[in-house]
Design a protein around this ligand. Structure first.
Ligand code: FAD
Length: 330
């Protein structure tokens, strides 16, 4: 079976997405001829994420901004005409999922998203994924190639980048296919998106934080600690924090050295997002909160009181600590 990984080098968190694909492929543990089609719009990549032991082929595909899915799809259709891959593995983010579904439709193939496991069968592939809000696991047999799939999100480490391991074949210039129905596209960079996921220490705010004003205090303490800041679902749904800060099965899977969880009850879907942290400390007023089952250290107390003491402690250890303590007290 000829497989290719399809990735966009300028996508946010593309190394995390590559890490997820790497773990997905190592679970498959089947010998496959696997290549990489790497889209880029800024500089031509000289390093690529390491996802398989040896890549059978590498294509670097320039794409001109703005990069709507239509542009990727047109290029993918053209490349697939000559390459004839049987299995196309897309990233697990929104773009990967959209391309996977739409390309399969255009090529009269089959698609499955959020795939947890995939095995070859004599007449196609068998994929399994969670369904019905993670209550059931379903197996699907895809028989109509090309098979376009994207892996389920998982708490993977970012993939290591390595120099190009095999010669990259430059594609003959493919003319971008004009998309007439899009009149204009504008992109606004999210100012909060600062790679918080990669911080060694992450604070996670839950509904127990109670207000947007209290989130500002958390932001300040996180700044003092040099920590990233994530949130549970009620916090982002209340718009106290940006949606890209969501931790859990529906958001980011984090794996910091230290994770301080404040006012989170510990639902399974949330816990899935922090279980790869090396050390978990949780603060909750309810001594029976499920979060304590996965915490290395649990503090039964009001989170604001704990935060205040923590901030005092951090500032008191800094040079010029008196000024710092005054800030914490204000
Ligand atoms: C399909 C599906 C997917 C989902 N995906 C996610 C996901 O990815 N991420 C996610 O977070 N949720 C997700 N959810 C929602 C999830 O089930 C929970 O509802 C959510 O995680 C609860 O968030 P929370 O713990 O912040 O709030 P709550 O459950 O309301 O808990 C608040 C906690 O704060 C404590 N508390 C209150 N006041 C204080 C105080 N002053 N000091 C200290 N502690 C205090 C309370 O004792 C309580 O334990 C999903 C749900 C579904 C159905």
């Amino acid at each position: 079976m000829k497989a290719v990984i399809v990735l966009f080098a300028d996508a946010p968190s593309w190394l995390h997405l590559s890490g997820e694909i790497k773990d997905f492929l190592s679970d498959m543990a089947q010998d496959m001829d696997t290549g990489l089609w790497l889209f880029y719009h800024q500089e031509k990549p000289v390093m690529i994420p390491e996802m398989v032991d040896s890549l059978s082929s590498l294509k670097l595909i320039p794409i001109h901004p703005p990069c709507p899915p239509e542009s990727f799809l047109g290029l993918l259709e053209t490349v697939q005409k000559t390459e004839k891959a049987d299995l196309l593995i897309f990233s697990g983010d929104g773009l990967g999922e959209e391309l996977s579904t739409r390309l399969a439709f255009r090529l009269n193939g089959s698609s499955c998203l959020k795939v947890e496991h995939c095995i070859k069968t004599p007449d196609g592939i068998e994929v399994s994924r969670s369904v019905y809000g993670n209550h059931l696991k379903a197996c699907f047999i895809l028989k109509q190639p090309p098979f376009c799939i994207s892996p389920a999100r998982r708490p993977s480490r970012p993939a290591r980048v390595v120099p190009l391991p095999c010669p990259a074949s430059d594609l003959p210039q493919i003319k971008p296919i004009p998309v007439k129905w899009i009149k204009s596209i504008s992109m606004t960079k999210n100012s909060q998106d600062k790679g918080w996921i990669d911080a060694d220490m992450i604070l996670v705010a839950g509904q127990g934080v109670k207000s947007r004003e209290n989130i500002e205090i958390l932001e300040r303490v996180a700044r003092h600690m040099g920590a990233g800041l994530g949130a549970s679902r009620p916090v982002v749904m209340a718009a106290w924090m940006d949606m890209n800060r969501l931790v859990g099965a529906s958001g980011s899977m984090i794996s910091p050295k230290v994770c301080l969880v404040l006012g989170v009850s510990g639902a399974g879907v949330f816990n899935a997002g922090i279980e790869k942290a090396e050390f978990i400390a949780a603060v909750n007023t309810d001594k029976d909160a499920p979060i304590f089952k996965i915490a290395d250290v649990g503090i039964v107390d009001d989170l604001m009181a704990v935060l205040k003491e923590l901030e005092k402690l951090i500032l008191s250890r800094r040079p010029g600590s008196l000024a710092g303590q005054q800030e914490a007290g204000s």
